[in-house]
Design a protein around this ligand. Structure first.
Ligand code: C2O
Ligand code: CU
Length: 515
């Protein structure tokens, strides 16, 4: 697989501005903001690589917006390819969803304006929706923090910190090659070999003794799942993708799948140096250092820390969804891989590296990353690299009709409650986990996993479906338009693992019966 120059993206850093620190930008209802996509030179460890940034920083600026606002964002594309900006998790007007289904792609050199609505408190994010395997890996992601109108929405904390969790794959001091013609790593997605937290390889955070710091974690990696711990501090789970959890509770770690958000409050004790960690069954990675030192923080938030609040709105949802626990699902969606005959598909690439034999390519039996149903690392890197949409397909299959991926065209009505069963099939060519994401047509609650009722509800837009797992969700359809749902592993999405659905307004004529 020798790549002709016309199929490569630029990699030279000559003349590029150095990446800047990420800014927090406060926007009020009605404000306008300019977001510019352009290349930067970014230092990653010892390497300086060409990446892409929103307004020159990786992550892009954090937009802090009040609940219930509408802000106007002008996007200018000076990147490498046509772009859209998708506002992940925000229930905004369909035409600003930022996908090629809802708008014409913004060509290089063009501008585009979106009206971004923020109906729900919580941490959201923005990223491209064309070749996100490339754009996201290169640094195109940033947070939107929606500040609740109710000052007691979140428990007391001294301050908030937003941390993106990401990784990047380097090869000989450069970003590992990408092709303009399409993605690679279709099988498992592109795992990086360097972890980036808030865009940094060796982030240091400062905290004071007795301080309570709210951490908004967003997984912006193409495929890696993070398991985050902070030994030496107490962690309280307070929120999920979209706002609060039903019951605050102490936790010793949290799992964050691609595109998910998890909100934890950390209470720090005496002076110490702590490590924010990512733990896999094989090893512990340091994500950041936390230096606890200095004058003790004012006691209020620490005193309230052990009060575990129950969120009345979600407690009411739990009663409301009870009947849906036992009804048959409205839709059943299978997750499945289809690989070309392994004997026939991969000798083309073997000449180049010539060592693909032992690489664990017997996809039936390779290490599944333990029995927790999560692939924590790429255990078949060389074989994975050679998978493309041409030799490997990921499918979402509607069990009722047999339709798959873009052939699925569900019809819903505003106000519908749709129970969807997500079945991550073990029988396919390469069973693994998939974070399933639904665009802003609504938000959903997880009803159960493998028949076990979800113990702590939160409004979700993404759910991790582990290898072999069956997850039931209840989608609260609230927003008309043409939407999509897909696996948020960027390479799986690019390999076709997505479906479309249409929501008609409550007052419109009934939709045609689903196919
Ligand atoms: Cu964050 Cu369609 O995705
Ligand atoms: Cu997937």
């Amino acid at each position: 697989m020798v790549t002709p120059p016309s199929d490569r993206f630029p990699t030279s850093v000559a003349g590029l501005p150095a990446a800047r620190p990420t800014e927090i930008v406060d926007l009020a209802d009605g404000d306008e903001y300019e977001l510019r996509i352009a290349p930067v030179a970014k230092r990653i460890g010892d390497a300086t690589v060409r990446m892409l940034a929103y307004n020159g920083s990786i992550p892009g600026p954090t937009l802090r917006v009040p609940e219930g606002a509408t802000v106007t964002v002008h996007v200018e594309n000076e990147g490498d390819l046509p772009a859209t900006v998708h506002w992940h998790g925000l229930r905004l007007d369909n035409r600003y969803d930022g996908t090629p289904d809802t708008q014409r792609p913004v060509q290089v050199g063009e501008r585009y304006t979106a009206q971004v609505r923020t109906p729900d408190p919580g941490a959201y994010w923005y990223h491209p929706h064309i070749r996100e395997d490339y754009g996201q890996e290169l640094g195109l992601y940033g947070n939107v923090l929606v500040v609740p109108a109710d000052p007691d929405y979140w428990p007391p904390a001294h301050r908030e910190v937003l941390l993106t969790l990401d990784d990047v794959l380097l090869e000989d001091g450069r970003i590992a090659p990408f092709h303009r013609s399409g993605p690679t790593h279709s099988a498992m997605g592109r795992y990086g070999d360097v972890l980036l937290v808030a865009g940094e390889t060796d982030l240091t955070l400062d905290a004071r003794p007795g301080e309570v710091v709210r951490l908004h974690l967003t997984n912006t990696a193409n495929t890696r799942v993070f398991d985050v711990a902070l030994p030496g501090a107490e962690l309280k789970l307070v929120g999920g993708d979209s706002g609060r959890v039903e019951q605050e509770r102490l936790v010793d770690h949290v799992i964050v799948a691609p595109s998910e958000r998890v909100v934890v409050d950390a209470r720090f004790g005496a002076s110490a140096e702590l490590a924010l960690e990512h733990r896999t069954p094989d090893r512990v990675h340091r994500l950041a250092t936390v230096r606890v030192a200095g004058e003790p923080a004012a006691p209020g938030p620490a005193d309230a820390f052990l009060e575990m609040r129950i969120n009345a709105e979600l407690a009411a949802e739990r009663r409301r969804i009870e009947p849906h626990l036992i009804t048959a699902p409205d839709k059943v969606l299978g997750f499945r891989a289809e690989m070309d005959d392994p004997g026939g598909h991969d000798h083309s690439g073997q000449g180049e590296h010539g060592h693909d034999h032992g690489g664990g390519h017997d996809h039936g039996g390779h290490g599944m990353g333990g029995d927790d149903g999560i692939e924590w690392d790429d255990h078949m890197a060389e074989a994975n690299r050679q998978t493309t949409p041409a030799n490997f397909r990921w499918l979402l299959v509607d069990q009722a009709t047999g339709a798959a991926n873009e052939a699925i065209d569900w019809q819903f009505r505003e106000g519908d409650q749709v129970k969807i069963r997500l079945v991550n099939e073990l029988a396919g060519d390469h069973p693994m986990h998939h974070p399933f994401h639904v665009h802003g047509a609504g938000r959903f609650l997880v009803l159960s996993r493998d028949g076990v009722v979800e113990p702590n509800l939160a409004w979700k837009d993404t759910v991790l479906v582990r290898t072999g797992e069956t997850v039931d969700i209840l989608l609260d359809v609230s927003n008309p338009g043409r939407w999509m749902a897909h696996c948020h592993i960027a390479e799986h999405h690019e390999t076709g693992m997505m479906l479309g659905f249409t929501v008609v307004p409550a007052r419109a004529p009934a939709p045609a019966p689903a196919e």
